[in-house]
Design a protein around this ligand. Structure first.
Ligand SMILES: [Zn+2]
Length: 307
């Protein structure tokens, strides 16, 4: 793919539905169209309407276009706007608020908000590998900073902080993974650690007791933050500075841009931030290509607001 120097250049390149559709077909199918219902590649393009394919399997015979079964299915929004929004979200270093996005692509804020969330789904890594080597773990509170919140919302919360706990694990010189948890209980921490980190890896945590039990499955090293111990030289350097550095990135993105994020949507914002961190070495266009290639599945507005 061509590399773009600016949003304007990107917009010029993807200025028609046809160009976007062609690119989507390439990204989704790698040049070999595949039936979204029976997964057969025995399909042909309609001569009269080249957007539509027909499955030639006797049992199936489905007609479909490239957007069926993707996040773009049944969308009223032109693909040109979708592409622009995806580009902005996947290349912008800190993401974008729905208000800014609405202005950028000329839609209502409600549409932009929904769009933003559906694109975040595309930034989610499906079946990521377990972290290994030296992995730092920690938990923190994110979102719901009262000072940014609307007075009415604040009153509803009776001035209690509306913060949500996030557990995170980062492999040194590797990737980060985060998950929203209700609290740092033994069960939640154990489950999160086991789902993120390969057994027998080195796990570095602070003194929090919830890590002790699951730590037996790992080479567990601890720093005691309560007694102001931050770095300890053993055979490795024992500290949790990497994950703490990541927390400040995450908080800048969430609290700085979106102001208040409701707990039920927080996981998606976390995915967006880890997508950027984990793909920081990629070029902007590669990040965009990855996002578009990951367009399977849909997230309907109703599902989104009823979660
Ligand atoms: Zn089929």
């Amino acid at each position: 793919m061509k590399s773009f120097k600016s949003i304007l250049e990107f917009q010029k390149h993807f200025d028609t539905e046809e160009k976007c559709r062609e690119y989507l077909e390439e990204q989704r199918w790698n040049g070999t169209p595949c039936c979204p219902f029976c997964y057969s590649v025995n399909v042909s393009r309609f001569a009269t309407n080249n957007r539509i394919f027909k499955c030639r399997e006797k049992e199936c015979r489905a007609k479909f276009s490239v957007t069926v079964g993707t996040i773009y299915e049944n969308t009223k929004l032109p693909l040109t706007k979708w592409f622009l929004a995806t580009y902005i979200l996947s290349v912008h270093s800190k993401g974008i608020s729905s208000l800014q996005l609405a202005n950028f692509i000329g839609v209502t804020q409600k549409t932009a908000w929904h769009l933003n969330h559906r694109i975040r789904e595309m930034l989610k890594e499906n079946a990521p590998e377990l972290l290994e080597g030296i992995v730092e773990v920690d938990e923190t509170y994110v979102g719901g900073s009262l000072k940014n919140m609307h007075t009415i919302k604040k009153a509803k919360l009776k001035n209690k902080d509306n913060k949500t706990m996030v557990f995170g694990a980062v492999q040194r010189n590797g990737k980060v993974r985060t998950t929203v948890i209700p609290q740092a209980s033994l069960e939640n921490i154990t489950e999160a650690v086991e789902s993120f980190i390969k057994p027998n890896s080195t796990m570095v945590s602070d003194e929090h007791h919830a890590y002790t039990k699951v730590g037996k499955k790992y080479q567990h090293r601890k720093v005691n933050h309560r007694s102001k111990e931050y770095v300890k030289q053993e055979d490795i350097l024992v500290h949790t500075n990497t994950i703490e550095g990541y927390w400040s990135i995450l908080k800048r993105q969430i609290d700085g841009i979106h102001h208040s994020v409701s707990p039920k949507h927080l996981q998606r914002y976390c995915n967006e931030a880890s997508f950027r961190y984990n793909n920081k070495a990629l070029f902007q266009d590669e990040r965009f290509a990855f996002a578009v290639g990951n367009c399977h599945g849909t997230l309907k507005y109703k599902t989104l607001i009823n979660q």
